[in-house]
Design a protein around this ligand. Structure first.
Ligand SMILES: Nc1nc2c(ncn2[C@@H]2O[C@H](COP(=O)(O)OP(=O)(O)OP(=O)(O)O)[C@@H](O)[C@H]2O)c(=O)[nH]1
Ligand SMILES: [Mg+2]
Length: 276
């Protein structure tokens, strides 16, 4: 078995920072976590990638091509499609290491995950190569501290879940930047009870809310019915917070469980052997 986190989320939500944070955390804990950069327009990140899509195709290649004439968004989709057409390249670059653990640092274009088919196709390919995958959806906590924004972030998370159909963990990033008041507000929402949220929005009593109260209510119902949308706060300045997130995701992809079995088997084999 091989293990992967598909790190997705809106532009600037903290995907690349998350990846380098996890790599450092793994080193401190004598574990190996590698990162693959899948962002063809990436300019800066703080890790040494195992594989870098820019070696295959750079966004500029798609945009500067006289025939293609893509803008930045179409160009990005074109790059991911090019990667899919060159799966052999990716497969070779990834190597074939049992029990490896890889983070895929994805581009920040949300359509890739909410409705375009390319990332779903990439997932199918990775599964064929024996990867057990968890989608890790990043969202900036600063955009989640009022009712309407929280609802919209939740809907984005939900549409990624529905489109990719994979085990899924939502992460609230940049918790270190929140004020105490904002943190308190967020805590109230984190307990996934849409009623608190909706009551809060009704409280706002703007004309918009009055007019669309029923719509808000219906959206709240959808969130409640799915009851799957849960957010885990991440503070990259707090080792315990990082460790909790990693542990949660490890559990989702059952990382370490097979290893435990191996150790147990070994112990149970023949205790007398130890005397030799
Ligand atoms: N204080 C703080 N800043 C953060 C954190 N995560 C990311 N940032 C900052 O937010 C900005 C964007 O972070 P990135 O990690 O590049 O975000 P990204 O999601 O990879 O962005 P794109 O690849 O452009 O979509 C950078 O300036 C980071 O330094 C965090 O947890 N705390
Ligand atoms: Mg990035």
């Amino acid at each position: 078995m091989r293990y992967a986190q598909l790190v997705v989320g809106p532009a600037g939500s903290g995907k690349s920072t998350y990846c380098s944070t996890m790599v450092k955390h793994a080193i401190d804990n004598k574990r190996i976590i590698e990162v693959v950069n899948l962002d063809p327009a990436a300019e800066h990140f703080d890790y040494e990638p195992l594989v870098d899509i820019r070696e295959l195709i750079h966004l500029d290649d798609a945009m500067e091509d006289e025939e293609l004439q893509f803008g930045p968004n179409g160009g990005l989709v074109f790059c991911v499609e090019t990667l899919l057409e060159n799966c052999d390249w990716l497969e070779e670059q990834l190597g074939d290491v049992d029990d490896d653990y890889i983070l895929f640092d994805c581009p920040g274009q949300i359509e890739l995950y909410t409705h375009l088919p390319v990332v779903r196709q990439l997932v199918d390919t990775l599964q064929k190569w024996n990867f057990r995958i968890c989608v890790v959806f990043m969202i900036d906590s600063q955009f989640m501290v009022d009712g309407a924004k929280f609802l919209s972030g939740t809907m984005a998370a939900l549409s990624v879940m529905v489109n990719l159909e994979l085990p899924h963990v939502n992460i609230l990033t940049k918790m270190d930047l929140l004020t105490k008041t904002a943190r308190k507000q967020l805590d109230d929402y984190l307990d996934p009870d849409p009623h608190i949220l909706l009551a809060d929005m009704r409280h706002a009593r703007s004309r918009w809310h009055e007019k669309y109260a029923k719509l808000t209510e219906a959206i709240g119902q959808v969130i409640e019915n799915f009851s799957l949308v849960r957010f885990y706060p991440l503070n990259i300045k707090d080792e315990e917070s990082i460790d909790n997130i990693l542990l949660t995701i490890d559990n989702v992809i059952q990382y370490g469980e097979d290893a435990d079995v191996k150790i147990r088997d070994f112990d149970e084999q023949d205790p007398e052997d130890d005397d030799n």
